[in-house]
Design a protein around this ligand. Structure first.
Ligand code: MN
Length: 268
């Protein structure tokens, strides 16, 4: 069913071949943490029930509010955060146990999700951006932070944060130190959630255009901006995934579903 092709990279998905025409599901920006139990519960319901007829589930970044290293999964690490991390990872693994593919992309919060996590979750890590072929059409997937090129400060941070050497230095710090640093960074962070609708924190026309052209696609799916929409751009259709936040009033959340009839944005 799915033919996944990245720029030069290729991943064969053989399990999907057995259930022709099953839909694909896309979510992003759940920002799961122990502080938002209703959002956690909605995610568990999504995994257990909503995805029942899925071929595959794609999580396009920021599933977790933060991730400071796969050692969070070590049973010797105590505390609510680590327990939630382990519970969510087990939940994700239930997808592969049901024959459903799980593909994950890093977000700007959880870019340290590593190989141990992917194994425990039964997930395949996708590079950002990535082109998937679904029901005959090629779709480019991205978290979306790389498209927000008007925010120069953030792009500089992103270059460092995604640097393997810098990541290894960080991961060598004690877990408690990493948690403290990440807490401080989140307090200072100016992302879409805290800054409202400033254009600086949205994608730029130039970056969107470059990605459409570079990937030779006419459909794009991304998250990150927390501005769910379907945009008709010059080069194609751009779907923006909603963030999830069910512990506020009114609650937010939703997903995209692709089947042979095309892409649909659905509420939870
Ligand atoms: Mn994000």
């Amino acid at each position: 069913m799915i033919d996944t092709k990245a720029f030069g990279r290729e991943a064969n998905r053989t399990a999907g071949a057995t259930h022709e025409a099953r839909p694909l599901f896309f979510i992003a920006d759940l920002h799961l943490s122990e502080a938002i139990p209703k959002t956690v519960a909605a995610f568990e319901h999504f995994i257990d029930v909503t995805t029942n007829d899925a071929d595959s589930v794609f999580i396009l970044g920021d599933l977790f509010e933060f991730w400071v290293g796969d050692d969070m999964l070590d049973p010797s690490v105590t505390g609510e955060r680590a327990e939630l991390a382990r519970r969510m990872t087990k939940r994700l693994h239930m997808l592969s146990e049901r024959g459903i593919g799980l593909y994950m992309m890093h977000g700007n919060r959880d870019f340290l999700l590593g190989p141990h996590f992917m194994k425990e979750a039964g997930a395949m890590l996708l590079p950002d951006p990535f082109v998937v072929t679904a029901f005959g059409s090629r779709i480019v997937l991205a978290h979306g932070d790389g498209l927000c090129t008007a925010d120069r400060n953030y792009q500089r941070f992103r270059d460092v944060a995604r640097n393997r050497f810098a990541q290894n230095l960080f991961l060598r710090l004690p877990l408690e130190t990493r948690l403290r640093i990440s807490q401080r960074m989140r307090t200072n962070s100016k992302d879409a959630r805290s800054t409202g609708m400033s254009a600086k924190y949205d994608v730029t026309k130039q970056a969107v255009s470059a990605l459409f052209i570079g990937s030779r696609t006419q459909t794009m799916i991304h998250g990150h901006t927390h501005r769910p929409a379907m945009h008709r751009e010059v080069e194609g259709t751009r779907w923006v995934l909603p963030d999830w936040e069910l512990d506020v009033d009114p609650p937010r959340g939703g997903y995209l579903r692709i089947d042979r009839n095309g892409v649909r944005a659905l509420p939870l």
